[in-house]
Design a protein around this ligand. Structure first.
Ligand code: PMP
Length: 433
């Protein structure tokens, strides 16, 4: 039997995973790691949670799978209602899918179908930010603002109109306010150049995740983008695949900015690593319009099956009963203080940014000039490997545009305590040293 039949095996010295509990994960040699990145910013309620496991087993004992064209399931209805409640009713409808990429993909399709239904089929272009990450399927990749990922497929992707993502660390203007104003101006110019009547939606991550390492925007920026969408009649899509489900100290990151999107893509934390469930949420009007013209034409076999939805419900139950959203806000503040102290101690930390338990650390060669390490130095890989050797898992990302530095994300499960954070910081400190 081949010991290396996995298509994606990237390294032969990858440890074999054994088991996990809470914020810890062990390999088969008995080594313990602190999972300070929740896997892929996914395991929000921590590993091996008894409540989630119990709910999944209870659902398995009843029915794991039923097909949505043959049966509706109470757990799907309940989970959809819970998600709508978490938006305070600002978003009315939920469509279950299987991954973050598919949530984005279905957001693209809903936006296009909405305008077709309204008799505006020419509205089929999208505006997205550079850098950004929206997923790996062809549609989601077309929104993703990172050329090397899209390059081989350029002829078959959407080719969205790319506009700059606000950068509150490295901007050239005299103030952050002027920078935001300039980015908004460039966004409007791009919309006008593409033809406003051809734009279906502007898509963005409310807080950058793997793409920009926790880069934040401001309320003025969000309000500005919303105003542009309203002025030119297009939709606002927020990709909350990574930032949603309490990660930032609010159920959805958009809630920090007081700006309501038309469509939300949600994934990672919803299944919290226990089941690949994701969702696309949309305003009632969009769904009504599409329903009148024959219904939304998207659907995968596993979408919204009972086991998936029972998992999502159990995750939300745990988040509620353990007050994990407020814990994310509280521990996020503590984590940020500790990371800021490391930034004072180490010249290679150029910037710490993010909100709640979504914190990014940008690595630079020259702090005063904010100059990144050369790409060949692989700063993100080096720090991640040093941390892993010390039993700490952090999430590495190469700079997506070559202009900013590599970064690592520190995004522990939302169950993390202050003393866990002390352990994480001690190991990170040692790795940086
Ligand atoms: N959007 C964002 C913002 C993401 O961070 C990711 C995953 N890193 C995706 C979409 C794609 O999600 P998935 O990997 O589940 O397809």
């Amino acid at each position: 039997m081949s010991s290396n039949a996995l298509f994606y095996l990237t390294s032969n010295d990858m440890p074999l995973v054994s088991h996990a509990d809470g914020i810890y994960i062990w390999d088969t040699t008995g080594r313990r790691y602190i999972d300070a990145c929740s896997g892929a910013i996914t395991c929000n309620v921590g590993h091996n949670h008894p409540t989630v496991k119990r709910a999944m087993v209870e659902q398995l004992d009843k029915v794991a799978f039923s097909y949505r064209t043959q049966f509706e399931s109470q757990v799907a209805l309940d989970l959809a209602a819970r998600l709508v409640d978490l938006t305070d009713g600002e978003i009315d409808k939920v469509f279950f899918v299987g991954s973050g990429s598919e949530a984005v993909e279905s957001a693209i399709k809903l936006a296009v179908q909405y305008f077709v239904a309204k008799g505006q089929p020419e509205r089929c272009k999208f505006v997205s930010l550079r850098p950004s990450y929206h997923g790996s399927t062809i549609g989601a990749l077309g929104l993703t603002g990172y050329e090397p990922l899209e390059a081989p497929y350029r002829s078959i992707t959407l080719g969205s109109v790319k506009v700059p993502s606000p950068d509150l660390y490295r901007y050239q203007e005299a103030s952050a306010e002027e920078h935001i104003a300039s980015v908004l101006e460039q966004t409007e110019s791009a919309i006008l150049a593409a033809g406003p009547e051809t734009i279906a939606a502007v898509a963005l991550e409310p807080v950058g995740g793997a793409s920009t390492g926790g880069r934040m925007v401001t309320r003025a920026y969000m309000e500005g983008v919303r105003a542009l969408c309203d002025r030119y009649g297009c939709l606002l899509v927020m990709d909350e695949v990574l930032s949603g489900m309490g990660r930032t100290g609010a159920w959805f990151a958009y809630q920090h900015f007081g700006v309501v999107p038309d469509i939300i893509a949600l994934a990672k934390g919803l299944g919290s690593g226990y089941y690949p469930i994701a969702a696309m949420m949309a305003r009632q009007e969009l769904v009504d319009e599409v329903s009148r013209s024959g219904g939304f034409m998207h659907g995968h076999t596993y979408a919204g099956n009972p086991l998936a939805c029972a998992t999502g419900l159990a995750v939300i139950d745990v988040m509620d009963s353990e007050r994990l959203v407020s814990n994310a806000a509280e521990q996020g503040t503590y984590l940020r203080q500790q990371l800021d102290q490391l930034a004072q101690k180490y010249d290679c930390i150029g910037n710490v940014r993010g909100v709640g338990l979504l914190q990014g650390v940008e690595l630079v060669q020259d702090k005063a000039r904010k100059q990144p390490f050369p790409a060949s130095f692989n700063a993100f890989d080096k720090l991640t490997a040093l941390a892993k050797a010390r039993g700490l898992l952090i999430y590495p990302r190469r700079s997506l545009n070559g202009l900013e530095g590599d970064h690592v994300l520190i995004t522990p499960p939302l169950t993390v305590t202050a003393s866990d954070i002390d352990d994480i910081i001690a190991l990170l400190d040692d790795s940086l040293a």
